[in-house]
Every structure is written in C-alpha cells, then in structure tokens.
Unconditional design. Structure first.
Length: 500
C-alpha cells in the first residue's frame, strides 16, 4: 500500500511511518540506486514559466524538478504536482511512456520526495497545463511526512522552529519573505539613487552606544576584554560623516538583550543613514519617499492593511510636534508650563499618566504623556517632532526652544517606524549629555548610553550639520506583509530551546 493511501489511517503510529520511508530508501541503496548519490539535475524551465507562456512551451520537451506535493494513481497512469522555487505544476506519468522500472519506482514515491523529470508540455482534458513525463529521476528521499494537506503547519511555534517545513507548505510565509527581500532591494536602490554610499561597521565594540538599550556582552580572549554586540550603528556612521563621506548608510544586524514580543526580537535588522548639510526635514522626505515608493512598487498600491487598520501611504504624511499631539488627544498643554518640572508632572498625572520611577522633569512628563496616551492613537503615517532633550541624548537642540530637540519618530498603527534627528554636532554639548547618561548608568540604568570619548574626539574635528535616520527593516516588512508578528518576517527568530 502506498503512503498516500496510508495517510487516511489516523491510527498509524508515526514511528512506523518513518520506518516505512527508511525501508524504501534502504531498498534503493541495496539495489545501488541511492538517490543521495545524485549530484546534479539540469533544469530547463520553471513551473511559472511554463504556465505563464503555454503557447511557447506547448509540445516542447522540458526538464523540471521539484518536491512532490500531491499524488494520485489511476491504473496505468499517475498524476502528481511538484513544487519548485516559483510555483507548482502537474506531472502526468503513464506506464507506457517510461520504463517499467521508472513507473514501478514512481508508484512508491512519497509526498515530499524531490524528483526531476523530462517530458513534453501539454494540456489535460480539464485544460490543466502539465508535463507528460518521459523520464523521471529520484533526486532526494524525504524521510519525514509533510503536515497534512488541508491543515498545513498550523502550530505557530513549530512554524518558527521548523521554518524549512513552513516554507514548503505555507505559500503565505514564502510570500512574506519575498516581500521582505524586495523591500531591502528597493531600499538599496532608493538610497543609492540619492547618492548614498553603503558601508559596514563593527558588530563588536568595547562601548555600547547609539541607542537606549541593554546590550549583549561577550569576551574577546586574545585582548582579554569584554565587548558588546552593537545596539545601533549610529556612532560609527557619524564618524564617517566627520571623515567626509557625506551620504552614508548601513543595513545591519542589531542585538539588544531585551524582552521578546510580537514587535521585538533580540536580534533584528535596521537601516541607519546620515546625510551632511540637511536636517530633520530632509530625513522626513527620505522616509516618506522610501516607504510609499516601496509599497507602490512591491504591492502596486499605496494602501495596506495592517493590525486591523486600513493605512494610506500616499505621500503627504502628517507632521505634528509632540506637544501638539498631546494637546489634541489629552487636552494637556505642556507648552503653557514649559520648563516647570513639578507643574508638568502634576499635569501628566491629571490625565492619568503613571509617573512612578520617572525623573520629575518637564521633558520626561511630556514624553510619558505622549508614550502612554497618544502613541497608540496614531494610525495613519504621522511624523511626531520636537522631542524633549531628556529622551534624545544624540539630537541637536532646537534653536527656538532649549528644552526640545530636532527629532522625530514616525508612527503607523501605533508602532514606531522610524527615528530621526538633526544630529548633534557640538562636541561640548555631546560630552555633557554622555556624562549625564554615564551617571544614570552608574546609578543602575543598564539601558543608558556609555561615555564614548572617541566619538566626542571625532566631533571635535568638526561634523557638518547632518540629518540622521534609523528604522527597522523587520517592522517595515511586517507592515508591507500585513502580519502582526515580527516572527513572521524573520526567517529564524530567537526561540527558547526545547528541553532535551
């Protein structure tokens, strides 16, 4: 009895199923026909090429290869579908069209086996484009059954642990990673077209800086020093601006020793870019152009559905200061009491903001009110600008207001999608801010910035006015794919090891 018929026997013990497949492999090996000894198969066409241009392939001999995804026999003929890198196509195998050995072997092949065939293209009576097989070769034996056809890999955790199976049986997962790949490709073309230079900077550093995050710590044996896996690429990239590379970017892996949820993974991918002689406004234009352009090219539309919301990415996104956004949502006017820490804390508490454990400053009160009460309301693309100095240690102060910085975060569906500054280029101011961060770190704040004296030294040589932008590749991919979990766009997300 063939495996495809045995699949209905729900009482079948899994170990017996595995043994049957191993027995089939052993029989082939004993006959000197081990499929794992095959080293090459020369394919001449893919499934989608044949199905997309039938007139060009009709009657022509092709060589196709792929994994058996379905199989049904009717006496002297067998139909099956194989899946290649681009899609699926039906095969038709007749006993009188191949050798007796090939047909007998094919009857024993299992769902999941990988085969290569040659034959001519035709349409069946039901008008399905197919390949009439004239020669078939087993290229790899599948020793484990795929998930049941109609349910696929539905165990969510198993999807992430066994991504290889997920990609075989779930076309939606394959689509997500194709979209992600196309987004990264578009990103590079977009920035290259604006004259940016792509670079690579160190992953390991004696200092963790450029962001507020808890780092991973490792040890360099030869140097006998602890080192940190980078939490951002910012400080190295700005050194390059000092060095005269006026438009620079990096697509790089970032590591933060923090919690995991649907929006966060301990290792993820960001793009950071820096452009000399521009400011916050220039960074808004770049991010808006990038995301709207990517949606139009990849999805064919500016409209996406994400986290249950219909989002319009048509250029012309809203721009609002943090204080304005807070006043619109809560009615609290922090600009009316600017600089008064006690009054700001009282105002924040009056609209239900939890200020426990937060330094009682005007800037922190404003930020906490935005974070707790406003952020989740920002569904359509919105640039929120003018962040308090207290939460922006690397951003340039606003010339119009010493309590604020020229910084923005862009939000979609309540999610932060990008963070940008008019970069701080005053080495004295930068040193003082690093010093305050270092004091917070000494006081137990493991996410505070470290003192980076070499970066201050670089600034002392002179950095031009510069705009900087950072955003997560994973979160952008989530939006374009319409998925609600970052694990759906990271091929191999971090998982707790299974107990042995």
């Amino acid at each position: 009895m063939c495996d495809e018929n045995r699949s209905a026997e729900v009482t079948e013990d899994l170990s017996e199923i595995l043994q049957i497949r191993r027995d089939k492999l052993r029989a082939l090996q004993d006959e000197g026909r081990d499929p794992f000894h095959v080293t090459r198969f020369d394919r001449s066409a893919w499934s989608t090429e044949i199905k997309g241009d039938y007139d060009a392939f009709d009657g022509k001999t092709v060589a196709v290869a792929g994994r058996i995804m379905s199989k049904r026999g009717m006496g002297k003929a067998i139909f099956c579908h194989i899946k290649d890198d681009r899609g699926q196509i039906q095969l038709y195998i007749r006993a009188d069209a191949v050798s007796e050995q090939e047909f007998a072997d094919f009857r024993k092949y299992d769902i999941g086996d990988i085969i290569g065939v040659s034959g001519y293209v035709f349409k069946t009576k039901t008008e399905e484009i197919s390949v009439h097989v004239e020669k078939v070769t087993l290229l790899s034996k599948s020793l484990r059954p795929l998930p049941e056809k109609f349910h696929g890999l539905t165990n969510v955790e198993l999807k992430y642990r066994q991504r290889y199976v997920d990609l075989i049986v779930n076309d939606e997962s394959r689509r997500n990673f194709e979209i992600r790949s196309r987004f990264v490709s578009f990103l590079r073309r977009y920035l290259d077209g604006l004259g940016f230079m792509e670079v690579e900077t160190p992953v390991l550093s004696p200092i963790a800086g450029g962001a507020t995050a808890r780092p991973f710590i490792t040890h360099h044996n030869t140097l006998d020093i602890d080192m940190y896996m980078r939490i951002a690429t910012e400080l190295h990239l700005k050194r390059l601006i000092v060095g005269g590379i006026e438009r620079v970017y990096e697509v790089g892996r970032i590591f933060r020793n923090e919690g995991m949820d649907t929006k966060h993974n301990p290792e993820f991918t960001t793009c950071e870019l820096y452009q000399a002689y521009t400011n916050l406004d220039g960074m808004m234009d770049i991010l808006e152009g990038l995301l709207s352009g990517a949606a139009k090219e990849i999805l064919g539309t500016y409209n996406v559905t994400w986290l249950g919301n219909e989002v319009d990415l048509t250029p012309g996104w809203r721009r609002v200061t943090m204080a304005e956004a807070v006043r619109e949502v809560t009615g609290a006017d922090f600009m009316a009491i600017e600089g008064d820490g006690d009054a700001a804390v009282t105002l924040a508490k009056s609209v239900g903001v939890d200020m426990d454990g937060v330094d009682a400053t005007w800037g922190n009160a404003l930020y906490e009110t935005f974070d707790q009460k406003v952020e989740d309301t920002l569904i359509q693309p919105t640039f929120v600008t003018m962040y308090p100095v207290e939460v922006s240690p690397l951003a340039k102060r606003s010339p119009a207001d010493k309590h604020l910085t020229e910084r923005y975060e862009m939000f979609i569906c309540g999610c932060e999608m990008g963070n940008a500054f008019s970069e701080l280029n005053d080495p004295i101011d930068q040193y003082e801010r690093f010093k305050k961060q270092a004091e917070k770190r000494a006081g137990g704040d493991e996410e505070a910035d470290m003192m980076d004296e070499d970066f201050v030294l670089a600034l002392e040589y002179g950095m031009p006015p510069t705009g900087g932008l950072g955003f997560g590749i994973d979160r952008c991919a989530m939006m374009l794919c319409g998925t609600d979990s970052i694990r759906d766009v990271i091929l191999f997300p971090t998982m707790k090891p299974l107990d042995n």
